[in-house]
Design a binder for this molecule. Structure first.
Ligand SMILES: NC(=O)c1ccc[n+]([C@@H]2O[C@H](COP(=O)([O-])OP(=O)(O)OC[C@H]3O[C@@H](n4cnc5c(N)ncnc54)[C@H](O)[C@@H]3O)[C@@H](O)[C@H]2O)c1
Length: 358
């Protein structure tokens, strides 16, 4: 690919996050969104009008046949991630796939196999890795300032945040799960990233559904469909062991009678030489100096361009330079393996060992 070529992108799924991508990629001059599709065609048409996207395709199959497109962004409900990502890779398109990579681990493995058979870029959208504070913490971890990371506590406890009650979000067959797969996957992905991508090997966890079935805990993301169904969890808790002996505890809810950290995502990293705390968009580093505790406050630069722009630019750079994205298919599989194991552990009451065979 010529170095100065503008990467031509098509968006599959013009819903909430598809719209976010349409806005964010405007800030990346090396790429242009030039096509869009959605099963609900009027939505694709109105987004095209709003964002000046020249081509609306009638289906994702038609969009994938568009020879002008180098890459696609897949922003559809979770059950469709694998079939569309595999078709896109087979059609010779680079893929930016929304999180979670797949609805379950078997589908994630299918995507990896399709990716290995292609020469295209596969990247999973985990913008939290690109938050300014999180980048600063990762930089210190990579420099060795925190020593060996041996324990992480991460979570996101929403008090009243069930998205789109009754829509695909709350149907197991379409989403693969509740808050665990929706927002828990962000905290899981960020934790594993900060822990140096040691492999998770076993999981013990439990899930609960105390709000959704009673139509309580309703949030503001998505419109409820009161004729729909709710058969996913609304709270999950788990202990995850990694192959280097380190541990990760993960707690997540869409709804719970608690004000834990004011509904914000949090992550506590404990290393042999230092620690780090992330709460919302605030961060601190910790160590011990001269027999005293010492702390450094981290801050977001005033002119910060934002995590999603950095994520979008990384996708384009990976395509142009043929390099592997930091949120690779294997990192997506790690997330899917852990999520699935938490659900299985909750069902069986036992520790679940992860099956990494692809
Ligand atoms: N990274 C993030 O922070 C973030 C935030 C929200 C959602 N997401 C992820 O993005 C995906 C979409 O979530 P959303 O909130 O935008 O949902 P949404 O319901 O708002 O949008 C999904 C869109 O996909 C369309 N669609 C469904 N099947 C399709 C198909 N076969 N072909 C074309 N279009 C199809 C729907 O009509 C809908 O417009 C999910 O996987 C979700 O987990 C990620």
């Amino acid at each position: 690919m010529p170095e100065n070529k503008i990467i031509q992108i098509g968006v599959i799924g013009a819903g909430n996050i598809g719209n976010v991508h349409m806005n964010e990629f405007k800030k990346v001059p090396e790429a242009a969104i030039v096509a869009v599709t959605d099963v609900y065609l009027p939505l694709a048409e109105s987004r095209a009008k709003e964002h000046g996207i020249p081509k609306v395709h009638a289906s994702y199959e038609e969009l994938l046949q568009d020879p002008n497109l180098d890459a696609v962004i897949i922003a559809v409900p979770n059950e469709m991630h694998a079939p569309i990502a595999i078709s896109a890779l087979e059609a010779g398109k680079h893929v930016l796939l929304e999180k979670p990579m797949a609805i379950n681990a078997a589908s994630a493995k299918q995507i990896i196999r399709a990716h290995r058979a292609s020469d295209k870029i596969l990247m999973v959208a985990h913008q939290m890795r690109w938050e300014a504070i999180n980048l600063q913490v990762k930089e210190q971890i990579d420099k060795g300032s925190l020593g060996q990371i041996y324990n992480v506590k991460a979570g996101w406890m929403r008090r009243k945040g069930i998205p789109g009650w009754g829509t695909w979000f709350t149907q197991m067959s379409k989403s693969g799960g509740g808050p665990l797969i929706d927002i828990g996957v962000h905290m899981l992905d960020l934790s594993l990233h900060l822990m140096g991508n040691a492999r998770p090997v076993s999981v013990f966890g439990t899930t609960y559904a105390e709000f959704g079935p009673k139509r309580k805990g309703i949030g503001t993301w998505g419109k409820p469909d009161w004729n729909g169904t709710y058969d996913v969890e609304d709270l999950a808790t788990a202990l995850i062991k990694l192959d280097n002996g380190s541990t990760l505890t993960l707690d997540v809810s869409w709804a719970a009678h608690t004000d834990m950290l004011d509904n914000q995502p949090y992550l506590y990293v404990m290393g042999s030489e230092g620690g780090a705390t992330l709460r919302g968009n605030k961060g601190r580093l910790f160590t011990e100096l001269f027999d005293r505790t010492a702390e450094v406050e981290l801050s977001v630069p005033d002119n910060d361009e934002g995590a999603r722009v950095r994520q979008s630019r990384h996708f384009v750079e990976c395509i142009r330079e043929g390099k592997e994205p930091i949120t690779s298919g294997l990192s997506g599989l790690a997330n899917n393996l852990v999520l699935e194991a938490i659900y299985e552990s909750s069902r069986t009451g036992s520790v679940v060992t992860l099956d990494w065979n692809i």
